[in-house]
Design a protein around this ligand. Sequence first.
Ligand SMILES: Nc1ncnc2c1ncn2[C@@H]1O[C@H](COP(=O)(O)OP(=O)(O)OP(=O)(O)O)[C@@H](O)[C@H]1O
Length: 448
Amino acid sequence: MPGIPAQILILDDDADVAYAAKLLLRRAGQVTTLGDPSQVARYLQHSAPDVVLLDFNFTPGRTDGAQGLKVLDQLQALPNPPAVIAMTAYADVPLAVAAMKRGACDFITKPWDNARLAATVDAALARRAAAASPPPPATSALLGDSVAMRALRAAIANVGPTEANVMVLGENGVGKELVARGVHLASRRAAGQFLAVDMGSLPESMLESELFGHRKGAFTDARNDRAGRFQSASGGTLFLDEIGNLALAAQSKLLTALERREVTPLGADRPQTIDVRIISATNLDEARLYDAQGFRPDLLFRLNTIVIRVPPLRERPGDIPQLLTHYLALYQNQYGRPGRAIAPSAFDALCSHAWPGNVRALRHACERAVILSESELYSLADFGLHSADPVPVPAPSASTATALKLDALERDAVAASLEQAQGNISHAAKLLGISRAALYRKLEKHGL
Ligand SMILES: Nc1ncnc2c1ncn2[C@@H]1O[C@H](COP(=O)(O)OP(=O)(O)OP(=O)(O)O)[C@@H](O)[C@H]1O
């Protein structure tokens, strides 16, 4: 599988044999060695091996292979059984055959030939990857199998078919828009448009014309009639992103439209009925959202019939491996780069990273790793992350010192704009005069 290092278990009572196999197979994945079948049950409580190299006799003098066959049965009973490669003594063909009949996928005789053992393990891994079931369709865009994500999918499936307005809450980059699309796809409006409007970047002066449309001549630049987003999304879903950024005056216009279920384009003398379902989203924390000074409670009441909260990635680290696998494979494919695994230590660090920029940041980190990596395995640095260990930094030359100063200035400017915008990405981007996407890149670059 691309991305996640394969888990390889070697079960052999001969420590030297196990160590030699471990050295040989390290490049193929994360290798664990055990010396006694009684350790297997404990190991399986926290690990799911992809391949097991299994010896069959653990007690001196025994050659019947019964102990190994018992472990084989134990492994075969797992919900997702690993590929088992039987390791038998040279010429013990009957035992190898018995193992294959009980579910082992291959066998290798001891002492082994290094190239043959490596090829056998590679082939077992490749077969396993090919057999892995494809992701389910429908809301497949929303990856993650944590309890939180499963609950989220269930909520989408429940709420989708109703006509209720939905408000999606969560930090930047957690997947609010994906959730909104999921609700749309699960609704009877799925064949209609899903139209997203970034309320945060819409200048107040353009809000009415953008949302409700205008007639030719309604204002100086209105050279033609133009439908607003409410009309364009008719029969579908209108996704109002960054709703928490809406100025109070704009809030009252939106409220009127929602209450009357009609809009009047600028310059028109008659209102038009609207047929849209509204899904809104904000990264504002709930205390600020429910503060009547900033957001009209009557509008909130219209928008949040159903509230869906998307938890930050740090609260569902179990989703990280799947996201890494998905996005590394996506970009390897997109850029025609070879499939690589992540170095085990880097994988651990990626899984325990707090990801302040959530899934968006993880996705960008994967793209970066695919583009930059030149070694056999992805390292932590390929993802733009560094281990907690301080690395000695050489004294900067004059030119790097200038670059460092510029870098520090940029970091300060970005931090100051965020503070001034009280963490609101759209406002901060506007203050800096750059796009939201550019601001996200700078946030990641400076680890903010
Ligand atoms: N569960 C997920 N599975 C796969 N990809 C995800 C998931 N969540 C988010 N993403 C990806 O992360 C990126 C950000 O997602 P999205 O735009 O939905 O987040 P958001 O919460 O709406 O962000 P913002 O608040 O900044 O608008 C997208 O590229 C999206 O495809």
